[in-house]
Design a binder for this molecule. Structure first.
Ligand SMILES: Cc1cc2nc3c(=O)[nH]c(=O)nc-3n(C[C@H](O)[C@H](O)[C@H](O)COP(=O)(O)OP(=O)(O)OC[C@H]3O[C@@H](n4cnc5c(N)ncnc54)[C@H](O)[C@@H]3O)c2cc1C
Ligand code: FES
Length: 263
């Protein structure tokens, strides 16, 4: 059950260009938090802006009772969030949405993230390693300064394969080129992806070509975050009769529920 909690900010650091990592003590919601779920954050200290902003669970520390976000400043709400200081409190509602379904223990799992879309895949990586899965993470960004998740992924103990468009770290080019060129599909039991939709569309094409099961985490503008306003409704496939609410039916969906042929 989602709860509303006032979280104490214990850490808030800039970890790259326009990229911040924030840790909040929220012991009430931590036991409920599943990878792929998100939290709705009141970004300002006053009641402005009125709408909360959705952020993925980037990591969860069950011993400390804390949740961690990795976020990029893109507009007014995230700019206000970046001004919050350690020892401030923030109202958060969560955990919300349907997270990732976990594979069998000891599976070989491939995670493909683009930009700040890596955020939900990091907490997923932690839980997969606890299930004794072999995990490889492909992360694509424009440049090496945006690869901040590398620090946590190394600590979790997964194989990390970066791709940067400018070639400043790892493979030079798109992460989906790295996927098609360097990953042996026979190794992969399942795939999880989050990031820009063209990247997820290529990743889904790889999964379909080699008949690999997988899931993707979608993003939509959100208002209520709990399925009450239809603000996030979209068709998953062009010919679907109805609309899915990304906040409540997702944000995670099976790859075969989605159709990116228009992208
Ligand atoms: C389930 C979910 C999980 C998310 N997790 C993270 C995360 O872990 N880290 C992170 O940095 N961001 C995440 N986001 C995106 C984040 O919520 C938005 O970047 C944020 O709400 C923007 O608020 P703003 O006021 O700064 O920008 P606004 O002024 O509202 O918008 C600035 C720009 O960002 C675009 N934008 C705003 N919201 C979204 C959205 N939901 N999807 C796509 N584009 C958007 C706007 O169209 C505009 O171009 C997530 C979104 C969802 C739906
Ligand atoms: S944001 Fe209100 S229904 Fe999804």
């Amino acid at each position: 059950m989602p709860s509303m909690e006032k979280g104490l900010v214990v850490r808030h650091l800039q970890v790259g260009q326009d990229l911040f990592e924030m840790e909040l003590i929220t012991p009430g919601m931590v036991p409920e938090c599943q990878p792929g779920q998100f939290v709705h954050v009141q970004v300002g200290q006053e009641n402005y802006p009125i709408l909360r902003r959705p952020l993925s669970l980037y990591d969860v520390d069950r011993h400390l009772g804390s949740i961690v976000f990795l976020y990029k400043v893109v507009g007014e709400g995230t700019r206000l969030l970046s001004k919050v200081r350690a020892k401030d409190s923030l109202k958060v509602m969560g955990p919300l949405g349907r997270g990732f379904s976990l594979p069998k223990e000891e599976s070989n799992v491939l995670l493909v993230g683009g930009g700040v879309g890596i955020a939900p895949l990091v907490y997923l990586a932690r839980v997969l390693v606890e299930r004794r899965c072999q995990v490889r993470v492909l992360h694509g960004t424009q440049t090496r300064e945006q690869l901040a998740a590398f620090v946590k992924l190394r600590q979790i103990g997964v194989q990390f394969m970066p791709a940067t468009v400018d070639g400043s770290a790892g493979y030079k080019g798109l992460v989906t080129e790295l996927l098609f060129k360097k990953i042996d599909p026979a190794w992969v039991d399942c795939i999880y992806t989050c990031g820009p939709e063209p990247m997820m569309a290529r990743t889904a094409a790889f999964a379909r070509q080699y008949r690999i099961a997988g899931q993707a985490s979608l993003e939509e503008h959100m208002a209520c975050g709990v399925g009450a306003c239809l603000g996030c409704a979209r068709k998953l496939k062009a010919d679907d009769p109805g609309y899915a609410k990304i906040c409540k039916d997702g944000p995670v969906f099976d790859l075969d529920q989605l159709d990116w042929s228009g992208i």
